[in-house]
Design a protein around this ligand. Structure first.
Ligand code: GDG
Length: 462
């Protein structure tokens, strides 16, 4: 029988967040793909989750919530600035996304990144059972596998990077590149979203002399480190069911009434992040109208941009730029009662997001670089009807699986505009054929398959 500490997940954030209702505060599950993917495994194995609560200061004592043991790690205000906002989101995030913004390198950020990773490793070492399995997540915690291996060589350690790993030419910029690779190589299994990410890792480890070997097996300090790609997915049934519910039908009718029965809807849903290419699709949309390729009597755009990392300059600038562009488009082309772009800067409730996915005729996913992009898969899962067209950047990890999307190069505005035109004029039979194929592909590989494939490979590793 499973005992406490046999299975430990380590991520920057805990799966719960503190909420205040009627003057009383309590813990609530944070909605999100990773939490729902791992919950069944955690419950079955009496699992533990190590992470930050989201609140600065001293960490509360470990507690149980929804059958999962939560072990909080403390972060001070200064550590949030340097480890989280600084090194994780202003150094690694832009560097790993093809330097679409210049990464900033500061030694004091790095020092805090090391210190916080060490704390996560120590807390984890204190709760993992002998011979237990530990799964570490994402770019915030790349040093944890190496640190944990030193503290607890008996553990089986897996690491998964949710964002892309760039090629040598870019990764080489990082002043602490060798330490980061050594940290990741503390794991027995290192997982990536795409084959390209996994290949980049192998090359980098060999290039900087951290390990040797061919193919996906690296020899590091007398151990074998396996690296491979495990494309993440979604809780397909949840989206499919929600999309087919009578409540969604009702919401769709209400949306249609407000937006216009005959106008085709072009949708974007993203975190407001400069990697997501929101500006690109706006530019393409603007040109489409400006050059008379489409009329606002027939089309309308809806862009949901959920607030994200707003204290960082690049995010603030991106928000200003997007809002200015939308203002200009609406100012130039809208008429009373016929808006060109509906813009929502907020996080929508799940059921409203699903209704938008269902009602939209064209989904625009145009990131400059994206680890996977779950929005693309969610849209497809909501279209069991076989309708709807997905315009998808070739630089999103999802492009490898969603081959029947209209692929675009997001650096090519003309190409994006033509792709939207193609989507709008595609014959219904072709549209359905493509969507059905993508729907089958996503149905075949849910986020639960992703987690069990990763854990199965980790447990089989010797
Ligand atoms: C990182 C990687 C990788 C968005 N707006 C609303 C809302 N969302 C939900 C979506 C989706 C999630 O947020 C966004 O996931 P993405 O995958 O698109 O992007 P990142 O946040 O950048 O995620 C990415 C992912 O990790 C997983 O490994 O795919 O490449 O960058 O699930 O549904 N949810 C609700 N309201 C909104 O307004 N309820």
């Amino acid at each position: 029988m499973a005992k406490a500490g046999d299975f430990v997940v380590v991520a920057n954030r805990l799966p719960v967040r503190r909420v205040r209702k009627k003057g009383r505060s309590s813990w609530e599950i944070s909605p999100g793909g990773l939490v729902s993917a791992l919950t069944p495994f955690l419950v079955e194995r009496r699992g533990t989750w190590v992470g930050w609560t989201g609140i600065p200061g001293k960490a509360p004592a470990p507690f149980d919530h929804a059958q999962i043991r939560n072990v909080p790690v403390s972060l001070s205000k200064e550590e949030i600035d340097d480890y989280y906002l600084g090194f994780s989101n202003d150094t690694l995030w832009p560097l790993y996304h093809d330097c679409v913004r210049p990464p900033r390198y500061h030694r004091h950020w790095w020092r805090k990144y090391v210190a916080v990773n060490q704390r996560f490793a120590e807390v984890t070492a204190g709760v993992a059972a002998k011979g237990g399995v530990v799964w570490v997540h994402d770019y915030h915690l790349q040093l944890v596998p190496g640190m944990l291996r030193k503290l607890r060589p008996d553990l089986k350690i897996g690491f998964f990077l949710h964002i892309p790993l760039p090629p040598t030419e870019l990764f080489a910029q990082l002043p602490w590149r060798k330490q980061v690779l050594e940290g990741m190589c503390g794991a027995d299994l290192v997982g990536f979203q795409t084959e390209g990410g996994s290949q980049n890792f192998g090359r980098l480890v060999r290039r900087y002399g951290v390990g040797r070997g061919k193919g996906n097996h690296l020899q590091v300090d007398g151990r074998t480190v396996l690296h491979a790609h495990f494309p993440i997915s979604i809780d397909f049934d949840r989206f499919q069911k929600a999309a087919a519910s009578p409540e969604t039908e009702q919401k769709i009718r209400a949306l249609r009434k407000r937006i216009g029965e005959d106008r085709r809807i072009l949708l974007g849903i993203d975190r407001l992040d400069y990697t997501k290419g929101i500006d690109i699709r706006l530019k393409a949309y603007r040109e489409l109208i400006e050059h008379g390729h489409a009329s606002l009597d027939d089309i309308v755009m809806v862009q949901v941009a959920t607030p994200s990392r707003e204290s960082l300059d690049f995010y603030q600038q991106e928000k200003d730029r997007i809002e200015q562009t939308i203002g200009e488009i609406n100012g130039s082309f809208s008429a009373i009662g016929r808006v060109a772009v509906h813009y929502l800067h907020k996080t929508l409730p799940f059921d409203e997001m699903v209704a938008l996915y269902r009602v939209s005729d064209v989904m625009m996913v145009t990131p400059l670089r994206d680890g996977m992009n779950l929005v693309a898969k969610e849209y497809v899962a909501c279209h069991a009807d076989g309708d709807g067209v997905l315009v998808l950047s070739e630089f999103a990890g999802a492009a490898a699986e969603l081959k029947n999307a209209i692929h675009v190069n997001p650096h090519d505005t003309q190409g994006v505009m033509e792709a939207i035109q193609t989507a709008l004029t595609m014959a219904p039979s072709e549209r359905r054929r493509r969507m059905r194929r993508m729907h089958q592909a996503v149905a075949k590989h849910s986020v639960f398959d992703w987690a069990s494939e990763f854990l199965g490979t980790l447990e089989a590793h010797r």
